[in-house]
Design a protein around this ligand. Sequence first.
Ligand SMILES: Nc1nc2c(ncn2[C@@H]2O[C@H](COP(=O)(O)OP(=O)(O)O)[C@@H](O)[C@H]2O)c(=O)[nH]1
Ligand SMILES: [Mg+2]
Length: 301
Amino acid sequence: MTNASNIPLEIGGNQEFRIIGPRRCGKTALMAALARWPNARTDSPILSIEPYNDEAGELISMAQDILEDGRELAGTRFEDIDEIKTYSLLITLKAKFLNHPLAALRDKPIRMRVSCREYSGELFTELRNMSNCSSHLSDYLDDCASASGLLILIDSTAKKSAEREYAQALDNLQRELNERLTINNGGLQNYRIAVVFTKCEQPPASGYWQNIPTFMGLNFPTVKTTFTKWGNTWGCSINYFFCSTFGTKGTPPKPNFKKNKNEKATYGVIDKPRIWRPLGLVAPLYWLATGKEDDQLRDTV
Ligand SMILES: Nc1nc2c(ncn2[C@@H]2O[C@H](COP(=O)(O)OP(=O)(O)O)[C@@H](O)[C@H]2O)c(=O)[nH]1
Ligand SMILES: [Mg+2]
């Protein structure tokens, strides 16, 4: 017999997000880890994460065959926008953990369908220097403006010298989207932007999990100013998150990370795949989809 109270409440139809960020900031790893959802705690506020299309199923294999096997993910190609995959996931949250008014009332799990397209980091490089851009750029920006929200990923371990370049790219992104959103649907205020600092198990972010504003002020002051201006110009909501796809191991927590080598380069991999548990991957998606915050989601997968 089906227990009616366990049938999830669907929220928000299909949420369409775009993921944008510099090369190697962890975009593909984040998507793969989300789909894989490894070693979830029994007291996690998340009930399940399931693939909703074949592409999302491929992400699970990618997580198993590459991330858990200590190999390096290939770069995402900067190709025709029509070739870019859309990954659709069904994320179900346990109602009792969440402050969603409807679900609390009915005591039902909440289910959201989230579709993400992850853009190649080349796009970010091109945004920095628009005078020298390819024909792809404009198509990607059109596609980005058609989404309901944006995840901007920034590598929290990036060198200080990269910061001004990031700010420049973000300024240009703001301006380009501004033109497109004004024309499309007058939707500047409704566009949500989640800024996610990746690799937060590493310093310098590891000491600041409870304090993103201080972390940004110290390590990304120009980026911080850029986003504040952006939010004021559009009157839109911008929210900030930390995430770690690799997560931590042991107590006190240390990065679940080690260096590996191949013929070409040294690169980072998950040290102990058997206890691999990412951190903070769902919180920005939940906020993009609902506009609501949940502290427990920030502290879990
Ligand atoms: N330390 C650490 N490294 C990560 C994490 N996520 C990704 N990486 C590293 O960043 C590299 C680039 O990741 P990838 O997802 O391919 O970046 P993308 O170019 O933005 O798609 C990977 O090879 C990993 O070594 C993380 O959570 N922690
Ligand atoms: Mg990639």
